[in-house]
Design a protein around this ligand. Structure first.
Ligand code: FEO
Length: 405
């Protein structure tokens, strides 16, 4: 049975929610599920904005056919060709011979790559600033390459001042009836997922997001309709500010993150001693993660949030402990920049992880080490306790300096 949400007299959410999928992109755990948003505009000519993932295709088709009520589907605007949004294009083409497919040249190339149906006779190719009038509504197309794939564009409905923003401004998490960000406690229940979604999915492409934000600044926006998660109609500027911060690689908060990779607990012990001293020095809300126990996507998201990062790792196979190496590789891949960091290494006979972590981090833009790398040889002794306390003093001083700016 259909499950649609009417948003305006002629605008409907026709997407779906998925709480069965364990790993988004077969990579990111999504314990709160995910939503695939799609929007149907019942203008003089009907317009669908994007489709959904195959997982919710049945309900999606029911939703569309219910809202259409026997009318033709005239246009499908394809803002993004990743399969979590494009999986039902082929079926729609079969069901609606009249359907025109609107996309840019790269979109249409990707449709041909993913599908075998004849595209050219249906294609409406658009470029930056082109418009499509469908009766009451006029849609303007704004290119947003690499937010998150090269073909991505966003669509602005100048009539109702709505930005259909593709992956931008989306979040993990399945919606629970409430469609709008102002109907939920977004800061409490959604912000962590929004940050984890942004940083992991789009985080690498900060400059491209900055370009999109500049274009969006020129639009009068009353509502943002992303492809995942709640829709924004209030506090839009506040969420845009988050995006500005994340995409310019500025920390969201002056805060300390400690991530450790520990085989038998001695490196973890060093991390705890450091954290305890930091707390004694007045540092609050210290975030600590065992890289073996926490998915790297969570720690990466936290690293985008925090200003000061501590990496503590055992030496393993003469290298960095595997979970820590994965985390650092992930931070590099997502282009994290402009952080203060400190290192702790451990090795019972040949400690090497500190030097190797330092070499990896040397390629991170704007990273600045605090203090010397603290070295453990098996377990924390008095000498290491003193070194950890001294490192904590330096980190705390840096935190206080940052807070004062
Ligand atoms: Fe939600 Fe880049 O797809």
């Amino acid at each position: 049975m259909y499950c649609v949400k009417q948003m305006r007299e002629d605008l409907y959410w026709v997407g779906g929610t998925d709480r069965r999928l364990a790993l988004f992109e077969n990579m990111y755990p999504i314990p709160r599920g995910v939503s695939y948003n799609s929007y149907l505009v019942m203008d003089e000519q009907t317009v669908l904005l994007d489709t959904v993932d195959r997982a919710v295709s049945d309900i999606f088709i029911e939703n569309i056919e219910h809202v259409l009520g026997g009318r033709e589907l005239n246009y499908l605007i394809v803002n993004h060709m990743e399969p979590d949004h494009c999986a039902v294009i082929g079926e729609l083409a079969l069901r609606h011979p009249e359907l025109k497919i609107v996309g840019n040249a790269k979109t249409l190339t990707m449709i041909r790559q993913f599908y075998d149906f004849e595209v050219d006779s249906r294609a409406v190719t658009v470029k930056e600033g082109d418009t499509l009038s469908t009766g009451r509504h006029t849609f303007t197309f704004v290119m947003a390459p690499m937010v998150h794939w090269p073909e991505v564009m966003v669509t602005y409905d100048a009539t109702d001042k709505i930005l259909y923003s593709a992956d931008a401004f989306g979040t993990f998490g399945a919606m629970s009836g409430n469609l709008y960000a102002d109907e939920v406690n977004f800061d409490r229940d959604w912000m962590d997922d929004a940050r984890r979604y942004y940083t992991n999915i789009v985080g690498k492409y900060g400059p491209q997001v900055q370009m999109l934000l500049k274009k969006a600044a020129g639009l009068d926006i009353s509502m943002i309709c992303p492809l995942h998660g709640p829709i924004w109609r209030t506090d839009i500027a506040k969420f845009i500010e988050k995006y500005d911060r994340w995409s310019s690689y500025r920390p969201e908060e002056t805060a300390v993150l400690i991530a450790y990779g520990s085989v038998y607990g001695h490196t973890e012990n060093a991390a705890n001693i450091l954290a305890a001293r930091l707390a004694d020095l007045g540092i609050q809300n210290i975030a600590m993660y065992d890289a073996s126990a926490t998915h790297p996507s969570v720690i990466l998201s936290e690293a985008f949030r925090c200003s000061h990062l501590v990496f503590a790792s055992s030496t393993y196979n003469n290298g960095i402990f595997t979970a820590m190496e994965t985390l650092l590789t992930d931070l590099k891949a997502h282009n994290l920049q402009n952080r203060k960091y400190a290192l702790i290494q451990n090795g019972s006979w040949a400690p090497a992880s500190g030097k190797l972590m330092g070499e990896m981090i040397a390629s991170f833009k704007g990273f600045e080490q605090i203090g010397e790398t603290v070295t453990l040889k098996s377990s924390v002794k008095d000498e290491q306790r003193q070194a950890l306390n001294a490192l904590a003093d330096q980190i705390a001083a840096s935190v206080q300096e940052t807070q004062a700016v």
